[in-house]
Design a protein around this ligand. Sequence first.
Ligand code: 5AD
Length: 352
Amino acid sequence: MNKNDLIHILATPDRLELERIRGAAEETLLRCCGNKVYFRGLIEFSNLCDNDCLYCGIRKSNRRVARYVLTKEKIIEAALWCGEQGYGSVVLQSGERCDEKFIGFVEEIVAAIKDKSRTPAMPEGLGITLSVGEQSEATYRRFFAAGAHRYLLRIETTSPELYKRLHPANMRLPDRIESLNALRRAGFQVGTGVMIGLPGQTVEQLADDLLFFRDIDIDMIGMGPYIMHHDTPLSAWRDVHERTAADRFDLALRMIAAARLLLEDVNIAAATALQAIDPEGREKALSWGANIIMPQLTPTEVRHDYQLYDGKPCLDESADQCRSCLQIRIAGAGREIGYDSWGDSRHAINKR
Ligand code: 5AD
């Protein structure tokens, strides 16, 4: 597939053809990755952030957010609950900080979760994915040594102009790309992704994003629609080239299908942001080529304070409710849940 093919998938107005594209993406998924959907229990353990991304609700300058850091005990408790449910993996996500206190804390919780989650069903313990932003290679190595083996760092957009418009001057696209390379050198399976439907973003840029995923040989993808947050500078741009929520949703599903057709054996997450637009967003993503779901394990008392965008779904659902809700949704999409397994991407496994 070349850039024009990708643009065509992202832009064709022909609904019948689009349904054929969806079917082909689903068929590629089942052939290259199987029928299973894997869970990563998501623990948003802190919203403290040193960055000031113009689109993000927990950006440093947003004084209206009550800041929190979960205790080590709370985080471990949530992770072990996840193990008991047979989920197999957790994602530890937070705002970005690079101070030693933070780095040491992450290292400690990773090691503790690894240690405490070993069971007869999972002798190697839970799979741990980190999503704590741009760090030095030395830090990535410490995280890997502590027991994390996958890392998510969205590139957000590969367009240098758009990247500049969305971030403060101290954040640079080449640094972020270098971070992805450093993660790979440190031994991680690496995931990245973009926001879809950003103000001023074109389908050409999105096609380039997909080619970038291929060129850096990514193992996992997490991408979803851009959704405005009312307390961010980007919300002032709502009238500039703005697509409707339905259009951003449609474009996100097309991006998932295009990524599946282009990359075949990578893991692709059905992003929670999809569900902020459509109550059936995540199931729909499964039938467009996604195979990973991240159920919320963040304790409900702080979940309201981790709002990257407006209308975050499932704010008050307990982890238990979330579990039964997802079981029904996944069965409804004709898929099976992959219990008690890390569910690494076939792409990463095939590389070994
Ligand atoms: N809309 C959608 N996604 C967002 N993110 C941050 N802010 C928003 C928003 N307003 C995404 C970014 C980041 C991830 C953790 O959340 O892509 O990498």
